[in-house]
Design a protein around this ligand. Structure first.
Ligand code: C5P
Length: 235
């Protein structure tokens, strides 16, 4: 599988076409951004960790009945994926208070919820990804009711599988963001699952092992990503 043309360059990944119109190659970068691109930096080794971690978890999710875009890991940083049309929704699940939720609700971080929350943001950099509900998504033709139902069902399954898996690694899954795409009429999981997109805290010490270390200038950013990767035990 060879890269052909650069189709798109995002904040953390480049996406290339291939000779197969149904297949793209994703190339993960070490570039890090936060606050809608206002803060920029590099997390050395992040591209390889996020690529390999995403693939490792997507394989587990597939085995649990969640369809994903994963086809084949081509190298440390490159993966062949199914070409999808991204549904312009950021789907966020929270198991504990943190980040924008804690701020909005005037709560401290790390309070366990009675049940997981699910929220949508409209993927739009110019607007800063505003919080919307499913009625907005329907009204603006961002997704159909059937698609929202599939996204909701898969998202709670993703949370269940990942929460249990991270727990076995001594990690609390605080919250995460995922994205879905349309592939031949089906909704499938796309994008990534990594310390860039999940809040991951050590269960014992509550040490943050995710991108908040970069966002909040906490130091030891690379160490945190490497620690998560080490616990995944990927060969
Ligand atoms: O900032 P907030 O608390 O809303 O983030 C919730 C979760 O979604 C966090 O795990 C964060 O890493 C992730 N997120 C993301 N990309 C965004 C916004 C949030 O991966 N654009």
């Amino acid at each position: 599988m060879e890269k052909k043309e650069l189709l798109y360059e995002g904040k953390a990944k480049k996406v290339y076409t291939t000779e197969d119109p149904d297949v793209l190659i994703v190339d993960y970068k070490d570039d890090a951004t936060a606050f809608n691109g206002l803060k920029k930096g590099t997390i050395v080794g992040k591209g390889a960790i996020n690529n390999r971690m995403t693939n490792h978890i997507f394989k587990k999710l597939e085995a649990e009945g969640v369809p994903t875009h994963f086809i084949e890991e081509l190298s440390d940083r490159e993966t062949a994926v199914k070409k999808v049309e991204i549904v312009p929704l950021e789907v966020i699940v929270r198991n504990f208070s943190a980040g924008s939720f804690a701020k909005k609700m005037g709560m401290e971080e790390g309070i366990k919820f009675a049940c997981p929350t699910l929220e949508f943001s409209y993927k739009n950099d110019d607007l800063g990804d505003p919080f919307i509900n499913s009625y907005y998504a329907l009204a603006l033709n961002l997704a159909t009711q059937e698609e929202i139902d599939a996204i909701t069902k898969y998202t709670f399954k993703v949370n269940e599988v990942m929460r249990e898996y991270f727990d076995s690694l001594g990690i609390e899954l605080i919250d995460f963001k995922i994205e879905f795409g349309r592939y031949h009429g089906q909704i499938i999981l796309a994008d990534e699952v990594s310390p860039d997109t999940c809040r991951l805290w050590d269960k014992e010490t509550h040490e943050k092992l995710d991108k908040d270390r970069f966002r909040r200038d906490m130091g030891n950013v690379e160490d945190a990503y490497e620690e998560v990767f080490r616990r995944l035990g990927i060969q």
